[in-house]
Ligand binder design. Structure first.
Ligand SMILES: [Zn+2]
Length: 163
């Protein structure tokens, strides 16, 4: 069992993915990894990640604190051939030198749980009053009623004149 912290600032792809969002100075992803071997002598990694990040609510555009949580089970493989032989419940992770890829592996998993469209819980969103006002608007769009004249009556008139 391996437990530790990875500084979010040390994950360049993740930083890029949350571009425009912030995380606290010194924020870390808490990592817990277990390494086992199954009966087929496959190397298995079971992991749990927790990372606090500030995302931008797509309704009010304010920051929202979110803790990303990822749980995963990966089968370590050194070739595509091995990857294809993995049982379905195992996600393959291709690596030659496993120790060098731990951060990258955690980064991949964090990217997978990053919400594509983050929103505050409705009761907590500062934009909810605007939203409620918009939804409560009882006036349906009405057609223009200033003219009583049916445009087809003009056509009908033309038609009768012809004869
Ligand atoms: Zn919001």
């Amino acid at each position: 069992m391996l437990e530790g912290d990875i500084p979010l600032s040390g994950l360049p792809r993740f930083r890029e993915a949350i571009h425009g969002f912030e995380f606290e100075e010194g924020a870390v992803c808490r990592v817990r990894l277990s390494f086992t071997m199954d009966s087929q002598r496959r190397r298995i990694v079971t992991g749990e990640l927790r990372a606090p990040v500030d995302l931008e609510c797509q309704r009010c555009m304010n920051a929202m604190r979110e803790t990303l949580v990822s749980e995963f089970t990966l089968g370590l493989v050194t070739s595509d051939e091995q990857a294809q032989q993995l049982p379905k419940e195992l996600e393959p992770f291709l690596t030659d030198d496993f120790s060098a890829d731990l951060w990258s592996m955690c980064e991949d998993e964090l990217l997978l749980v990053l919400p594509p469209f983050p929103l505050h819980a409705r009761s907590e969103c500062p934009a909810r009053e605007d939203l409620e006002a918009y939804e409560a608007d009882p006036e349906p769009a009405k057609p223009d009623t200033t003219s009583d004249e049916n445009p087809f009556s003009v056509l009908a008139g033309l038609k009768t004149k012809k004869h």
